[in-house]
Design a protein around this ligand. Structure first.
Ligand code: PRX
Length: 681
């Protein structure tokens, strides 16, 4: 009898696992228009002129394959170490330690090293404010500012190991604040200026920050927006450990003042000594925490340490962007609130002594010419941006770039989401004048630095493919069982060897680190992305395979938006999907079931209210584009929402196989209910 029961149980479990696997595999293969791709005829080899001057050489791949650790040691040797490391790597899945025993100061490498070497007069940033104000800041000036800011942090009691939250617009003080923290071994936790008070609060609490650095506000589309009041709201009535709020004056907006807690940046920083001697910290000292969306409602505090992170970001920046620091003007359009801003505005480029453009505003203010005019004005030679912007430019039309001289450009980069071949070709022809290699760089907040990308001057590129793992990196595409797939097949992207800039964990949640990244395929890092190898073995990224959406290159968790919707008093249940969107890659579409027993509400008003609610809870980036009120949601017999079917509805497709639904009629009901009208911005 017992044996029979066990047999029935095992059979049921097996069936359930089979269904789950099929469901996951279906969502994997349905996720991209690239699904049938296994061959691309257009191939762009590097020009002989580019090859002749390229930083990267073909031999890098062989060097790294011959001895990976020796290869990474050579890259680490580019940095200034106060004490050299004793051991390159200590690795016990999933815990990596790089350059053990080494002592290093991140800020020293970004600033002091250049000034000491006589490069102090080089421009670090051409800052272009949104109202049109500009500042040119040399490496020497930046060092001077950072030393004073460092002394101010010390006066406020900040010490190595403390956490400092930074909530700023895209202004030079944001980089100064980050480098001042790093200089004394305090971990910064930058929170994107578009996040709401709620989101800011949860991040401040999770990191247990003792200081918040912010500004009165910033500028966007011709007007000032507030930041300090958001910090006030985040801290009000909360049991936190924030002792001070340091406020940069940017807009001159009125702001409430909490005496004893709030301090104007200029009042404390200006009176500090411009002297400060940087001390080396352990290679594994935490450099920063950066929160990113996961598959649950709670964002993950990804933390990175110093030596390995600096090694990989500076090496990849040199090799992939082909930086010639004396002559190039490099512009990465990312905000410092994201990992791209950390690794490829602050640390990588500054270690390499790059001259950069930093822009506070949006691409269409005051006109759609703005970014092209900035390229012409500063003679930008390397541009690094996201496909969503490229697609927006395509929509606006060629007349806007045509009005500016873009001939200074010599290399173009793309990041954040898969770039469709049409956008890649347009980028190449219209922005790059058919004359610039394109590097489509795949990586993540977790990887810290670039992982998959062409090497300019080496790789013949295909429009839409990130091509291959960089030297020193091992990326594979595996099937459901973890076996490597053959060329021409798709699967899951995994990283099979530790890399220097890898995350060291999820802040305060060691099990989550293990569970999220290392349990799906034991011993391998599971990136959460689908990928395909084409007939030549080139890697094509296909987007997320988990419940994470990618909207304009920003990661947003479906669960986080669902929780926010459900916290609205009118909503009983919600399911959120990322639907394909020609402009933003994916768009957030929400299906909600209203609570019973509430007074009848006006549909349009309610939807407006729900959108505003999500904006308030998370931030404008998480605002659903479309909200559909439904009577039921499609669920499997185990209660899992079948987002694949909802995506079919959101993308106006015929609804796919719904045989695993607990109630197969649901999709018909949803489809019929929706005919009565959809709401969209
Ligand atoms: O799905 C991949 C996508 O962005 C995710 C990482 O998001 P985040 O941590 O916010 O970092 C974005 C900037 C590095 C990845 O899991 N992604 C990033 N770059 C690419 C990409 N997808 C396709 N191609 C890329 N080049």
């Amino acid at each position: 009898m017992e044996g029979l029961r066990l047999w029935i149980l095992l059979t049921l479990l097996e069936g359930l696992f089979y269904l789950l696997r099929v469901e996951r595999w279906r969502s994997l293969t349905a996720m991209s228009s690239l699904e049938n791709l296994s061959h691309e005829d257009r191939i762009f080899p590097p020009s002989p002129e580019f090859v002749a001057q390229a930083n990267a050489q073909t031999s890098l791949y062989q060097e790294a394959a011959d001895d990976r650790l020796a290869f990474w040691s050579r890259q680490a040797d580019y940095l200034h170490w106060e004490k050299k490391w004793d051991e390159v790597l200590k690795w016990e899945v999933p815990s990596a330690q790089w350059f053990l025993g080494g002592k290093i100061n991140a800020t020293y490498n970004c600033l002091d090293a250049h000034v000491i070497a006589g490069r102090g007069d080089r421009v670090a940033f051409h800052f272009e404010g949104e109202p049109g104000d500009t500042r040119t800041i040399t490496y020497a000036q930046m060092l001077h500012d950072v030393k004073k800011a460092t002394n101010a942090l010390i006066e406020l009691g900040i010490r190595a190991g403390d956490r400092v939250a930074i909530y700023m617009p895209m202004i030079p003080e944001a980089a100064v604040a980050m480098l001042a923290c790093a200089r004394i071994g305090a971990a910064h936790s930058v929170i994107f200026g578009g996040f709401s008070a709620e989101a800011l609060k949860s991040r401040i609490l999770d990191a247990d920050a003792t200081l918040v650095i912010t500004s009165d506000g910033g500028f966007r589309k011709g007007s000032a927006f507030p930041l300090k009041p958001v910090v006030d709201e985040a801290l009000a009535g909360t049991d936190h450990n924030v002792k001070n709020v340091l406020v940069v004056k940017r807009t001159g907006q009125e702001t409430q003042w909490s005496a004893g807690r709030d301090i104007w940046w200029h009042e404390i920083v200006d009176r500090q000594s411009p002297e400060h001697i940087a001390q080396g910290f352990d290679s594994e000292q935490v450099l920063f925490i950066l929160y990113t969306s996961g598959t649950t409602a709670k964002p993950k505090g990804i933390f990175h340490t110093t030596g390995g992170y600096l090694t990989q970001t500076s090496y990849t920046h040199r090799a992939v962007f082909d930086l010639k620091p004396e002559t190039d003007v490099y512009w990465c359009t990312a905000d410092i609130g994201w990992i791209t801003g950390h690794s490829y505005v602050v640390y990588g480029p500054m270690i390499n002594g790059a001259t950069q453009v930093m822009y506070e505003g949006t691409p269409d203010s005051p006109t759609k010419h703005r970014l092209f005019q900035i390229i012409e004005k500063y003679k930008v030679s390397i541009l690094y941006t996201a496909p969503t912007l490229i697609r927006t430019w395509m929509k606006w039309g060629e007349e806007f770039p045509a009005d500016s001289d873009l001939t200074s450009l010599r290399l173009l980069g793309s990041v954040g989401e898969p770039i469709n071949p049409e956008a890649w070709m347009w980028y190449r022809e219209v922005i790059g004048g058919n004359n610039c290699p394109i590097v489509d760089t795949w990586w993540q907040t977790e990887t810290g630095g670039l992982m998959i990308s062409p090497l300019p001057g080496v790789t013949a590129t295909k429009p839409g493919s990130a091509m291959a793992a960089l030297p020193g990196i091992s990326a594979k595409v595996v099937d459901d069982e973890g076996n490597e797939v053959e060329n021409g097949n798709g699967g899951y992207l995994v990283l099979t060897e530790p890399w220097p800039a890898m995350l060291r964990g999820v802040w305060g949640e060691p099990e989550r680190y293990q569970e999220t990244y290392w349990s799906r395929f034991p011993g391998k890092y599971f990136a959460g992305d689908g990928a395909k190898l084409d007939d030549d073995g080139a890697i094509w990224l296909l987007g997320r395979v988990d419940d994470v959406m990618n909207v304009s290159g920003h990661r947003i968790s479906t669960t986080e938006v669902e929780s926010s919707l459900v916290s609205h008093h009118n909503v009983a249940e919600a399911a959120v999907v990322g639907a394909n969107d020609a402009m933003t890659g994916q768009a957030i579409v929400a299906f909600v079931i209203l609570r019973g027993g509430i007074p009848k509400v006006d549909g349009e008003e309610l939807i407006k209210d729900l959108k505003a609610h999500v904006t308030k809870e998370i931030g404008a980036i998480a605002r659903p584009k479309q909200i559909l009120v439904v009577a039921e949601l499609p669920k499997t017999r185990s209660g899992k929402i079948m987002r694949r079917l909802l995506r079919d509805v959101a993308e106006n497709r015929t609804v796919g196989d719904s045989t695993t639904l607990a109630d197969p009629n649901i999709m018909k009901l949803i489809g019929e209910g929706l005919k009565s009208g959809k709401s969209e911005d």
